[in-house]
Each structure stands twice: as C-alpha cells, then as structure tokens.
Design a protein. Structure first.
Length: 214
C-alpha cells in the first residue's frame, strides 16, 4: 500500500517539479521537507505540516484517518482571513491595508465570523500569548469579560494586547508576562490629562505563523 507521504511527493513533483522548488514556495527548508516525507508527516511539527496542507489544498484529517483527499473532493477545513500588522483607534477595519491573509480553522471562523488576525509584537503577554503569534480579535467596543485579553488602543495609537479590568471611571491594563518590568497601568479619567483607552475587540484565539520558531 502506497504511503500518504509518497502520494504527496507525487503531487509535489507533478505541480512544482521538485521538492526544493516546493520548499521555497512554502518557506520550509528542503532538508526539513525531505525528512518529513521520509519519516512521516504525523511526527513532523505543525510548522512543517501546515504550510504543506495549505499550499496543496489537502484535507488535514488524513493525519488521523490515514487517507488523502484532494481539494476538489472535500469541504475546506480552513478559511483565509485578513491579517493586520497594526490597528489604530477609530479607523474602520475596511479602511486598513491588509498585510496578507492567514488560514484559521473553519470551526473557529464559524464562531467568530467577523474576527480578524493581528500580529503580536512584544513580550508583555508572553505567559499566554507568544511574541510573534497572530491573535484572533472578535470586534467589540466594551469589556464583557473582566481580566480577559483584549486588543485596545491608548490615545488612538496602534493596538496593544492586555488583560483589561473595567474601573468605575476608566480602565486598568494588566500584562501577563514573565518579565516583571511590565506592570499594570491605570487610566483614571478623573485625573486630568489621562489618555483615552479604546476597546477594539476581545482576543479569542491565537495561532503561530508557519515560520515561527522558539
């Protein structure tokens, strides 16, 4: 019986000409790809498997049920959604330049159909959200879940991710980091000159980019 990896190699050779050419397209080293196809994709990292699945349009469940279904014969399990590098308060989403798109599971998209991805930069939430990941933000303008991660803007500038506590006249933004130099910040609107905090949306999920490394 032909191995699934052998079937995938045949598809790659047919569509792209060679393993190195395909590896360049998906941003994975040829040696990594050769190893994954030789030893089996079920034991390869997600960072290796997901680009293959996404580029070839394959059904990810083949890893579980040991079968291969091509794109034209199955309902996609992933949906491409907008990925933003930055978002400023008051700017409508449709007016922001989209950096690119990135796939998320269709089940997640069904739960949050209006959500978008936002790149995370920094270590202030690294206990729960790794630096460099993409967070899924479900748009809202109020805090309905205290101390959950939200994307917020301070004084109209680019979004930041913090746990948010609603105060009687303001907000407290609370980091969740292994770095103790990140400290909670209180925005008390009763104090003159306090910067305005604008809620953009609640962080409901995150994913790692294909090229992410420890």
């Amino acid at each position: 019986m032909k191995r699934i990896e052998d079937e995938i190699k045949e598809i790659i050779d047919c569509r792209y000409g060679s393993i190195p050419k395909f590896a360049k397209v998906i941003g994975v080293s040829p040696q990594t790809l050769y190893t994954a196809l030789k030893k089996g994709l079920s034991g390869a990292s997600v960072a290796t498997v997901m680009p293959i699945v996404a580029e070839l349009g394959l059904d990810p469940v083949w890893l579980l049920n040991n079968r291969l279904i091509e794109k034209d014969n199955f309902t996609p399990d992933f949906v491409d959604i907008p990925l933003y590098g930055s978002i400023a308060a008051g700017t409508p989403i449709e007016m922001i330049d989209v950096d690119e798109t990135h796939p998320i599971p269709s089940e997640v998209h069904d739960r949050f159909p209006n959500a978008f991805l936002l790149r995370v930069k920094g270590e202030s939430m690294n206990r729960v959200i790794p630096n460099g990941c993409y967070v899924l933000v479900d748009p809202c303008d109020t805090v309905d879940a205290e101390m959950q991660p939200y994307a917020v803007c301070v004084n109209g500038f680019d979004a930041t991710i913090k746990r948010v506590r609603t105060l009687s006249n303001g907000f407290e933004l609370v980091p969740d980091s292994t770095d103790p130099t990140y400290r909670p910040t209180v925005y008390d609107y009763g104090e003159p000159g306090t910067e305005t905090v604008t809620v953009i949306g609640r962080v409901v999920w995150y994913t790692l980019p294909f090229e992410w490394r420890f």
